[in-house]
Design a protein around this ligand. Structure first.
Ligand SMILES: N[C@@H](CCC(=O)N[C@@H](CS)C(=O)NCC(=O)O)C(=O)O
Length: 215
């Protein structure tokens, strides 16, 4: 049975889709419209009780955390496509380390900015300018740490592209594109070179082509 990814228009599902493309795994997508609240439908909540996207089905296995899902596919298909996990114990630990940094330090402020700048207006809600400013300040501090890290290695976990880098692509695309905050990346030499590199991967062009963002 072919892998099914729910919610391909949105950023978190794109982590899974990018990983599947890098690994050369066939998949199909099922649209779920957050703006219409389809993630709160009882049928959807049976698969994902928290109501977030993505949900991914691989045969009888249902997963609903994007980072756990990309790790699963990178491990299941480790002998094909791009190696995204690292080769040695130490490399793998660094990949996990920087995936966790993405989840706990990078994602919260960029997610809040995405919601306030892009999704609140689409949902007819007022933008919370204070929340935007506070999140931008937090994200700037995180990017300063990335700048330092990326002055020492080409990618976050070392000199190899991995899930740690991949995990950043979908939300950073919102930042430099529709959110109009490209300066946050461009003003940091090493972050900027890293972004140019990871966002020019064919897997990202393909992801955007088959799963255009909602805005
Ligand atoms: N920890 C989850 C979070 C996913 C997430 O934030 N998804 C967003 C779309 S990018 C969403 O569904 N937001 C609506 C909601 O949570 O109600 C994951 O990484 O899979």
């Amino acid at each position: 049975m072919v892998v099914k990814v729910y919610g391909p228009a949105y950023a978190s599902p794109k982590r899974v889709i990018l990983c599947l493309i890098e690994k050369g795994v066939e998949f199909e997508t099922v649209n779920v419209d957050l703006l219409k609240g389809e993630n709160r439908d009882p049928e959807f909540l049976k698969m994902q009780p928290f109501g977030s996207l993505p949900v991914t089905q691989d045969g009888d296995l249902t997963l609903f955390e994007s980072r756990a899902t990309m790790r699963y596919f990178a491990e299941k298909y480790k002998s094909q496509g791009t190696d995204l996990l690292g080769k040695t114990l130490e490399e793998k630990a660094l990949v996990d380390n920087w995936i966790d940094v993405e989840a706990t330090s990078f994602n919260p402020p960029i997610y809040a900015m995405t919601f306030q700048i892009l999704f609140a207006p689409a949902l007819g809600l007022p933008k919370d300018e204070k929340a935007i400013q506070e999140s931008e300040e937090k994200l700037a501090k995180v990017l300063d740490i990335y700048e330092e890290r990326l002055s020492k290695s080409k990618y976050l976990a070392g000199d190899f592209f991995s899930l740690a880098d991949l995990s950043h692509i979908p939300f950073t695309q919102y930042l430099v594109g529709p959110m109009g905050k490209e300066h946050m990346v461009k003003s940091r030499k090493h972050v900027s070179a890293w972004w140019d590199d990871i966002s020019s991967r064919p897997s990202w062009a393909k992801t955007l082509q088959i799963c255009p963002p909602p805005m």
